[in-house]
Design a protein around this ligand. Structure first.
Ligand SMILES: Nc1ncnc2c1ncn2[C@@H]1O[C@H](COP(=O)(O)OP(=O)(O)OP(=O)(O)O)[C@@H](O)[C@H]1O
Length: 420
């Protein structure tokens, strides 16, 4: 039996420190009201400037009560607390994943507003072990089996940290019990409708000796190091082979495919797709392999993957641009927002009636009528087609990246979104 380390204030400080979070830092702690997140909150409050955040997803009738429970507990301990609500229509498919994404988004936006750069969540060793088994069941490789990251960016300069990943749930419960604190039990944690719950039950009675949470989490830790090493070499390859442009496209030197390990190139291609299309997904391996062989054979004119389009630019250079048809239809311009998941913008002045859309063929024709020589733009045509532009109805009014602007009473700025 592997002994379980107790979680104390001191070793939590060590844990935060390993994740690059110094003592005294402002931290937002995501607190559901369960034993794990209460443990994290109550042990962090002495050495960090903590604010507790509870998200009410509006999906269970008890959620509002749970948020009030956390608020009351925080008031008792003089800890600042805020409840954020997930408003608007909820999807019917993949509700759990959508709720998680919405939760991180709400928390991130709140942190950006308050100038907080660190969000802590209370995932623990048992969660990590379950994640590894779930991913094994889906055929993951090194990247997935490395489990949940101890630290990762969630965009706009905000990091998500998981300082409890090495601690078993049992020790967190023990700590909260010792404090004499009650907590909330989420009923979905028991519902056998979820694969995670089935795996949890299996781990409570492992069919093979050694198939326990500590071992599985240990394996995830080792694979995380392997993954870090692969990412290091992927970055080196990207630096040598790819030129990324702020306008949201890139060029790839296909000569650099030679001699590089396939794993590195496949990962790099996935990163390129994410950069160009703004998504956070990892494209399916078979699809990346198909793209890779097309690139090697030089047969990739207009080949698309996850909203990124690959086209030959010259003999050994591939141009990767955002697939215009994958961009949603024009959206009304607001005073600030994120467009196409790729660009963050801010607009001031008389913006009513204006929309944002890609330049597209319509905008291109209008640009051609204005500029006699389109070659004066350094970006290739396919990249220009996907650039953000402002329209008044069908009329092109501004393409900030090209310096084209007819909106005298509107000031406008674009930058790449978050960490991309
Ligand atoms: N409603 C919530 N409000 C604030 N924080 C939450 C909420 N739900 C979960 N969290 C945070 O996320 C941590 C993990 O919770 P949980 O395992 O339920 O979430 P998840 O990441 O969506 O789940 P899964 O483990 O299924 O991926 C909690 O310990 C807590 O820090």
């Amino acid at each position: 039996m592997i002994t379980k380390p107790p979680i104390t204030r001191e070793n939590l400080i060590d844990g935060y420190c390993k994740l690059g979070v110094d003592k005294g830092t402002k931290i937002a702690i995501a607190v559901s009201g369960g034993a794990d997140s209460l443990c994290l909150l109550l042990l962090s409050r002495f050495d960090y400037k903590v604010t507790a955040i509870t998200v009410d997803h509006g999906l269970r009738k008890e959620a509002a009560e749970e948020a009030s429970f956390v608020a009351a507990l925080c008031a008792e301990y003089s800890i600042p607390h805020v409840t954020l609500r997930w408003q608007g229509d909820k999807p019917t498919a993949n509700l759990q994943a959508a709720a998680r994404e919405a939760r991180y988004d709400l928390i991130k936006n709140w942190c950006v507003e308050k100038g907080i750069e660190t969000v802590a969540v209370a995932h623990h060793q048992d969660d990590q072990a379950e994640t590894v088994l779930l991913r094994l069941a889906r055929g993951s490789g090194v990247y997935g089996l490395a489990g949940m990251a101890p630290v990762r960016s969630i965009g706009q300069g905000v990091s998500l940290v998981r300082p409890l990943l090495e601690y078993p749930k049992e020790s967190l419960i023990r700590t909260v019990k010792d404090m004499g604190i009650k907590w909330v039990e989420d009923p979905s944690n028991r519902s056998e409708a979820y694969d995670r719950v089935k795996i949890r039950k299996m781990l409570a009675n492992p069919p093979v000796e050694g198939l326990n949470a500590a071992r599985l989490a240990g394996t995830a830790g080792r694979l995380r190091r392997s993954r870090d090493a692969l990412e290091y070499y992927e970055r080196q390859w990207l630096l040598a082979a790819v030129h990324f442009y702020d306008e949201g496209y890139c060029t790839v030197d296909t000569k650099q495919f030679k001699d590089a390990p396939e794993e590195i190139i496949l990962r790099a291609l996935a990163s390129i797709c994410r950069f160009v299309s703004g998504g956070t997904y990892v494209p399916r391996m078979e699809k990346i392999l198909r793209l890779y062989s097309a690139l090697q054979e030089g047969e990739f004119k207009g080949q698309t993957l996850y909203g990124a389009m690959f086209s030959p630019l010259s003999e050994h250079v591939a141009l990767v641009t955002r697939e215009v048809s994958a961009i949603s239809t024009p959206v009304a311009l607001e005073s600030q927002g994120i467009w196409d998941l790729r660009f963050w913008y801010q607009a001031q002045g008389n913006i009513s009636g204006l929309t944002i859309a890609p330049v597209g063929e319509n905008g291109w024709i209008q640009l051609k009528n204005i500029y006699k020589d389109m070659k004066e733009f350094s970006s290739p045509r396919l990249a220009i087609l996907a650039m953000p532009a402002l329209f008044d109805g069908e009329q092109l009014r501004s393409v900030p990246f090209l310096g084209y602007d007819t909106l005298k009473d509107v000031s406008f700025s674009f930058s790449r979104e978050g960490n991309k």
